[in-house]
Design a protein around this ligand. Structure first.
Ligand SMILES: *[C@@H]1O[C@H](CO)[C@@H](O)[C@H](O)[C@H]1NC(C)=O
Ligand SMILES: *[C@@H]1O[C@H](CO)[C@@H](O)[C@H](O)[C@H]1NC(C)=O
Length: 365
């Protein structure tokens, strides 16, 4: 009997495992005979009901990637996920992209609300989707008050509360800057005027919900393999790592500004736990922290997003099967308390707004 078992086991393994397909590869499902896509088991609806019949594509850190059968109308790739694949196939360019309009190129560009508390300086060209949103002042200088993320040729994702400051709309978006003051050393930068701001229809400035907006640029950004939009995180799974936030905001509450883009790794705090930190703010959060929000903090209490980081990304780093690095935006920096005071910062959960974002950014799809 024992001998028999040993003979059979390897066969089962051979039948069920292809082992050569990576995440997001197309595959064919022996179970349904239909085409499928290789995904982590937990992201496959059919896994719950037909666990044993599904083919394994490969393993990623011992987590099985399975061939998830495509169910018509049910398992459809979102346009934002398709666009992500397109962005990751953009060709390399030997030319740097530097389109800084002279009118905005003032030596005294001011940083009144700049940075990330306890953050680490970023490298040049490390986060070219990172955007700064600025208000031009009467004296010609620019007051950079918010962050954002380039998510297509034409749109920057940011917070709804960044759509006005002292009743004025912002005028300019600078994409790809690591340093907002020293433009000389940066070869990849693009400045845009804003032609339209789409604020989420349910946003009300009196409460801290649906704090999400899309800023339409006056022309298409010039893209290449490096200068590419960030992708949108396609799941509401909280257990993602690594997760990092960044901004040009203040380095401490009411403290010094930073001209540099700063980043820092954070940990997700679940909503139940996060809700407890904000249960004393019923006027801004009548329903507490909802599942359309996501919270993150540095357990050591050193790092947090702060004023001026609003609208910037909470993101994770990913790699395509060909080892091309890209970023997925999980959250939009919305609000917090005192910056790094041991209370998690609150971000708009991008996954909850994918339909709305897609309807504006890729309307014909
Ligand atoms: C939320 O996080 C807390 C603290 O880490 C933990 O005790 C609790 O079990 C978590 N709740 C859920 C629903 O995951
Ligand atoms: C969050 O806390 C509020 C009270 O402030 C409560 O009404 C609500 O049910 C809580 N929500 C969650 C998800 O725990």
């Amino acid at each position: 009997m024992k001998h028999h078992l040993f003979l059979i086991l390897p066969q089962i393994v051979l039948i069920n495992c292809a082992f050569n397909k990576l995440e997001n590869d197309k595959c064919s499902s022996d179970f349904t005979g239909n085409n499928g896509v290789c995904v982590e088991a937990k992201n496959c609806p059919a896994f719950k009901t037909n666990r044993n019949q599904l083919t394994i594509c490969s393993f990623k850190n011992r987590i099985p990637i399975i061939c998830c059968p495509e169910v018509k109308n049910e398992f459809k790739t979102r346009i934002s996920a398709e666009k992500c694949n397109e962005f990751n196939k953009l060709p390399e360019s030997t030319q740097n992209i530097r389109i800084v309009r002279q009118i905005f190129f003032n030596k005294g560009d001011k940083l009144l609300h700049p940075t990330f508390v306890g953050g680490q300086r970023t490298e040049i060209d490390e986060f070219l989707h990172m955007s700064a949103i600025g208000w031009q002042q009467n004296d010609g200088t620019i007051d950079w008050k918010c962050g954002g993320s380039l998510i297509s040729e034409k749109f920057v994702l940011s917070a709804a509360h960044c759509s006005s400051s002292a009743r004025k709309r912002p005028d300019i978006i600078r994409v790809g800057a690591r340093d907002l003051n020293d433009l000389q050393s940066q070869k990849n930068l693009q400045d845009f005027a804003i032609i339209n701001i789409f604020i989420h229809p349910e946003y009300k400035s009196s409460v801290n919900y649906h704090d999400i907006a899309l800023f339409e640029l006056n022309r298409n950004a010039v893209l290449n393999a490096n200068f590419k939009p960030a992708c949108l995180y396609q799941s509401n799974d909280d257990t993602v790592i690594p997760i990092e936030a960044m901004g040009y905001g203040q380095t401490s509450f009411a403290g010094l500004k930073s001209d540099h883009l700063l980043k820092g790794f954070l940990t997700i705090v679940n909503n139940t736990e996060c809700n407890k930190s904000y249960d004393d703010d019923k006027s801004h959060l009548p329903q507490g922290i909802t599942d359309m929000q996501i919270c993150a903090w540095d357990p050591a209490g050193n790092r947090d997003t702060c004023q001026g980081d609003s609208g910037g990304p909470l993101q994770t780093t990913k790699f395509t099967p060909n080892s091309i690095r890209y970023y997925e935006i999980i959250g939009v920096t919305s609000f917090g308390k005192f910056c790094a005071a041991g209370i998690p910062g609150v971000y708009v959960r991008v996954y909850s707004y994918l339909d709305w974002i897609e309807s504006i950014v890729w309307p014909s799809s």
